[in-house]
Design a protein around this ligand. Structure first.
Ligand code: ZN
Length: 220
């Protein structure tokens, strides 16, 4: 965000986007066959990714995914409003992704340094923002009650918030039934911006572990 203009009066932020798009078009021409296949076949993404809108946390970059591989929902603080809470955007994407596209893995991914989580620590915003970040309240309450030391409070709240969103996912009948039947898996992850690493919640041990250390089946 520079607010500046070039000598022809074009906004510099838009100029950057135009130049970026021109570079993309050259790449598109080089990979024309790949993009043609994408355009002419039904999408078959392998993950439903529910992540934060934060511009620094780019799902396809941190998972090295190609176009067509991630079906994404991004909003402030990677919130999954409980079914029946009045928000239709997340529920609609869950129903479409799981019900119509047949996705069998859902990832809820938080991240360190999340402004959406920090918002309630810095005061209560008003308007739409205030109503939205109220969804992070359960995690704040839990961590406050647990008397977590100040230095660990933010990360602990980010982690607790992801766990609450996994619970909220189960309020959607399609998710609950899929998980019960063993045809759908839900995963809680956090992207550590300082290290570039993903950590994953292990619901059996209750611990968070580095995703990179987890065994990947042979040949995958
Ligand atoms: Zn965030």
């Amino acid at each position: 965000m520079t607010g500046g203009k070039d000598d022809k009066g074009v906004d510099l932020d838009i100029k950057d986007a135009i130049e970026g798009h021109q570079r993309f078009l050259r790449e598109f021409e080089r990979d024309r066959a790949f993009y043609e296949t994408l355009a002419t076949s039904k999408q078959t993404p392998r993950l439903l990714w529910i992540g934060c809108a934060d511009s620094r946390v780019v799902p396809s970059q941190i998972t090295n995914a190609e176009p067509g591989e991630l079906f994404e929902i991004r909003n402030i603080a990677n919130v999954v409003p409980p079914a029946g809470s009045g928000d239709a955007a997340v529920g609609a994407a869950i129903e479409y992704g799981v019900g119509h596209l047949g996705i069998d893995d859902i990832v809820v991914c938080g991240h360190t340094g999340c402004g959406g989580i920090a918002a309630l620590l810095e005061g209560t915003p008003d308007g739409h923002l205030g109503r939205w970040v109220a969804y992070t309240q359960p995690a704040h309450k839990l961590i406050a009650a647990a008397r977590v030391p100040e230095a660990e409070r933010m990360t602990a709240t980010v982690q607790a918030h992801v766990q609450f969103q996994l619970d909220n996912l189960l309020t959607y009948p399609l998710v609950r039934e899929g998980v019960a039947a063993g045809t759908l898996n839900i995963h809680g992850w956090i992207y550590d911006m300082e290290r570039g690493a993903l950590i994953a919640y292990d619901s059996i041990s209750g611990e968070w572990r580095g995703l990179a250390d987890m065994a990947v089946p042979e040949g995958v």
